[in-house]
Design a protein around this ligand. Structure first.
Ligand SMILES: [Zn+2]
Ligand SMILES: [Zn+2]
Length: 183
């Protein structure tokens, strides 16, 4: 089994192998290390996300929507070119072929396990069928939680900036401390 996750410090993507004995994740880009919660992997089975560590996980197709859209877009452009040169049949053929390629790719790719909360992806997971499929309610719960946290973070930052500005005013002119309000 392996996990693909975004480092919480530098936000870049990492992929690391996981076993029962894994105790920490280490970012290959910035070296940031974070511990894996005890019992997250038991008997080769993922009990909870090793990154965030929520136990809400869902199974989904290992299919990149971006790639799917790209194929459709390329097909659309190619068929437009064919249409321009009065090759109607070729144009329709290209459109049909790209749609078929998309469907075939979707059917061919395997499944992966994903965390609702931090979107970490787990591949080569044992007993993948025993995990639940995507649930909109759970997704919505996590989305709202995330929005609340972001709001709280913003309010906190606003308060901190206000405090900073006030102390800057009390002291000297504050050359570099009040620059944070620029954005
Ligand atoms: Zn990092
Ligand atoms: Zn997670």
């Amino acid at each position: 089994m392996n996990v693909t996750y975004a480092c919480c410090q530098c936000h870049r993507t990492n992929r690391e192998p996981l076993t029962d004995g894994s105790t920490q994740l280490r970012c290959v880009h910035c070296g940031y290390e974070q511990g894996i919660p005890a019992g997250a992997i038991r008997d080769g089975r993922l009990q909870r996300c090793v990154v965030c560590p929520s136990d809400d996980l869902f199974v989904r197709k290992d299919f990149s929507q971006r790639l799917g859209l790209l194929i459709i877009l390329v097909g659309f452009i190619a068929s437009s070119v064919a249409w321009f040169y009065y090759l109607q049949l070729v144009a329709f053929g290209i459109l049909a072929a790209t749609a078929l390629i998309d469907v075939a790719l979707y059917l061919l790719v395997g499944n992966l396990l994903q965390c609702y909360r931090c979107r970490a992806e787990y591949r080569e997971v044992a007993e993948l069928d025993s995990y639940e499929a995507f649930n909109l309610e759970t997704h919505e719960r996590h989305r709202q939680q995330e929005a609340r946290l972001a709001q709280m973070g913003m309010a906190e930052r606003g308060a901190a900036e206000k405090r900073l500005a006030e102390t800057g005013r009390k002291g000297q002119a504050g050359e570099d401390t009040t620059g944070g309000t620029a954005d």
